[in-house]
Design a protein around this ligand. Sequence first.
Ligand code: HEC
Ligand code: HEC
Ligand code: HEC
Ligand code: HEC
Length: 165
Amino acid sequence: MMTRFFSMVLVCGLLVAAVPAQAQTKEYIGAAKCKMCHNKQPTGEQYNKWAASPHAKAMASLKGDEAKNPKCLKCHSTAFGLKLSDTQTITVAEGVSCESCHGAGSAYKTPTIMKDKAKAMAAGLVMPDDKLCKKCHNAESPNFKGFDFKTYAAKIAHPNPAKGQ
Ligand code: HEC
Ligand code: HEC
Ligand code: HEC
Ligand code: HEC
């Protein structure tokens, strides 16, 4: 009886504790925040690799009024169209940023969560697949050149060599 009572208390406690975490909105934090931890050579300097990639330069492809056109911005900039609160540090100028592929980072960026992949995924980390890329890589793009996940993923690869990949 007592054991059962305590497990009931425990379950209720967990349910209560889970509510705020679920309701917490995940906000976009911008590539500069990821850079603090993801720009060391031994672990693959993901920031530098991204900064040299077409995704980081996607806004430079939009000329004149195109840079204000929602029809172009929706695929060329992660920050476009977000409701920016004061805490959000992502800019439209950074183009297709980390979080278009890896999900909004406010809840998974904490070191203790990041180090544990399962926890990070539960907090919104995404490991992108073919389907995610095709949200932008599709025929709606005026410059669509086709899309093959393996070939395209290799072109933007930024693995962590410390993990032996
Ligand atoms: C406070 C440091 C820190 C910040 C800030 C941070 N990360 Fe991480 N991240 C880590 C650590 C540590 C790991 C685990 C080691 C690894 O996989 O590189 C990790 C792992 C990852 C992984 C690989 C998950 C896996 O296990 O395969 C991805 C993807 C990732 N981070 C993306 C991001 C993105 C995107 C941002 C910014 C929105 C970000 N991180 C911000 C420290 C950080
Ligand atoms: C939010 C939209 C968006 C998503 C999601 C996205 N991309 Fe892109 N991608 C772009 C845009 C925009 C460009 C063109 C950048 C430029 O040159 O202006 C591009 C360009 C590229 C290029 C260069 C193509 C070339 O012709 O040289 C590669 C490779 C690529 N993306 C791979 C990927 C992969 C792999 C994924 C999924 C893991 C992905 N992209 C997800 C928007 C996106
Ligand atoms: C559905 C998403 C999407 C929309 C909408 C979109 N783009 Fe793009 N854009 C891309 C992707 C993805 C690429 C990369 C080309 C590829 O590999 O298919 C790209 C590439 C480009 C390039 C580089 C040219 C090249 O040949 O690589 C320019 C310039 C460009 N887009 C301009 C625009 C303009 C201007 C608009 C608005 C009228 C626009 N895009 C709307 C996704 C999009
Ligand atoms: C266009 C999509 C895209 C963008 C933008 C992007 N990534 Fe990734 N990232 C990927 C893909 C695809 C993988 C490989 C996923 C897998 O292995 O399942 C990956 C893997 C990673 C990993 C894991 C590496 C490993 O070997 O464990 C880290 C860390 C990471 N990305 C961080 C970042 C950071 C930080 C940024 C921005 C500075 C960024 N990514 C931008 C698509 C992207």
